[in-house]
Design a protein around this ligand. Sequence first.
Ligand code: AMP
Ligand code: MG
Length: 423
Amino acid sequence: MSTPDLTTRASCADDSDPLALTVQQARDAIRAALVPIQDEEQVAIRSALGRALAKDCVSPLDVPSHTNSAMDGYALAGSDLPREGAREYRVVATALAGQTVSEVCVSGDCVRIMTGAPMPLGTDTVVMQEQVEVVDKDRVRIDARHRAGQNVRQAGEDIAQGSRVFERGRLLTAADLGVLASLGFAELRVHRRPRVAFFSTGDELRSIGDVLAEGEIYDSNRYSLYAMLTEAGVDIVDLGVVADDRQALDDAFHHAARVADVVITSGGVSVGEADYTKEILDKLGDIAFWTIAMKPGRPLTFGRLGQAMFFGLPGNPVAVMLTFHQFVRPTLRYLASGNWPIRLVTQARSRVTLRKRPGRFEFVRGILSYDEQGQLTVRPSGAQGSGVLTSMSRANCYVLLNEECAGVAEGDMVAVEPFSTVL
Ligand code: AMP
Ligand code: MG
């Protein structure tokens, strides 16, 4: 990976720190430091959901492979349709999907045809069965309302042989896998998934199952991180809890940097909790200690750690999730596919007054819902302290209050970023 151009900034300044990065500046600096994963591997199509194509996909065939009927009905030559009134036709054969009929239609003939059946020779038009008057088993009457060429799917109409179906880097969806299967691909060339190693730091942290002593807490960040990484579709290396101890941290950072594309820690690392953390990081890589003008999640450590990219997330459980959503998730997408994801931001009417001073970007955990008039509205999901994880758990969106925003009055429209619709 290339060396990022990162500016080290003091992290102990207050909210009005003139050196603080904006959220957008932090995003841009992160993106500029990343190089998408190039390694490739071959996977079975069933295992390819969410994987990034390593090559453009060119169609080896036409889809549909032959011109066929879009309806159950009667196939005939469009030039043989009546101009006015109606006309009787002889039914010379039946064409079923997956079969070809040998009969050739001449003037006055038609073929009973089922959806998907190849068009018999001499036909280019299908009249749907509901619009036909059956005279007897060998004869039908067709009137003048029809158009030559109707109800027929042309060979190659969906995908032409030799055309580019998907571009390299595309993250495969369920529909894509259907398309690729329709082209006969059993296996696909995809990029290797990003590998992410993570650990928690803090002497107060206990693992689930341990009994808590005074002042100790369970390590919850590892579980929310594990879940967010699972959702992101990456390979996960969980390195557990690492004590606030020079040797233990040194070992953990070295190991993580060797095995992963991205290393994530939560807690402590970003602020001068222990000076040796900064020492270790400085020795291993090119790391910046940022202050970001945002709430929550103000301190963020980012940079290169050996071959890996490093995110030192804050310790507070809500800040961990927010900084993951805003910075780490797009990073993982970009590394996986070479494409920075689009964020869907929409507008909703605030049900309450939201107090805010200009200067920093605030992310309010919110609940989006429709009111009685069918209008999208939003309200905070509960107490907004950065340790209050229940309000993250109840939320289904972030309310985005940008740097300039000086508060929101009840009834004002606000920008919201729903959790489940990152495109
Ligand atoms: P720190 O950034 O280490 O100062 O941590 C900030 C706050 O987050 C403290 O109250 C920590 O106890 C808490 N915290 C840090 N790491 C975790 C974790 N893995 N799980 C839950 N809480 C944590
Ligand atoms: Mg700590």
